[in-house]
Design a binder for this molecule. Structure first.
Ligand code: SF4
Ligand code: SF4
Length: 156
């Protein structure tokens, strides 16, 4: 009986028609495709992209207080930083802030423990284009931590 059913399905192209019906059903709907990289898909509100340091928006001053909590919180020891204190200044100045992006699991622990307010010094940004051509460039130094990886605009 099953063989007969299969025979008629094959003869009357039932599976082909089913596939065509699915195609027809979705054809009038607007395309969901983004023309990447010209168009970039917006990320979700709590998306965890690459780590970024933030400055005070009005003054551009450093917000990181060099407390080292982010480095201690990272389970893979991917953050190394240090700073020095200028005479008469309360807040330390960052000397270096190295972040090894290549091994980051984007768990967010480092950003969660960052204590500065109202501007959090260390955030998980919306940047998701992280590919590079060398391992060395996966180690982000302090300047790259502020500015982000430059996004290459491709053209035909
Ligand atoms: S997101 Fe997680 S793995 Fe990546 S640097 Fe922060 S604590 Fe480490
Ligand atoms: S936890 Fe925040 S304030 Fe402390 S060293 Fe890390 S980035 Fe700077």
């Amino acid at each position: 009986m099953q063989t007969l059913a299969k025979f008629f399905r094959t003869i009357f192209l039932i599976d082909l028609l089913k596939g065509l019906w699915v195609t027809l059903k979705y054809t009038p709907q607007p395309a969901f495709t983004f023309q990447y990289p010209a168009e970039r898909r917006p990320v979700a509100a709590r998306f965890r992209g690459v780590l970024r340091l933030q400055v005070e928006p009005e003054t551009g001053a450093q917000t990181c207080i060099v407390c080292d909590q982010c480095a201690k919180a990272c389970p893979d020891e991917l953050i190394a930083l240090d700073g020095h204190r200028e005479p008469g200044q309360k807040i330390k100045v960052l000397d270096y802030f190295d972040f090894n992006l290549s091994r980051c699991s984007f768990c967010g622990l480092c950003s969660e423990v960052c204590p500065t307010k109202p501007v959090k010094a260390l955030i998980m940004s919306e940047d998701y284009e992280l590919g590079t051509y060398s391992r060395d460039s996966q180690i982000l130094r302090v300047d790259e931590m502020y500015d982000g990886q430059p996004i290459e605009q491709y053209s035909r």
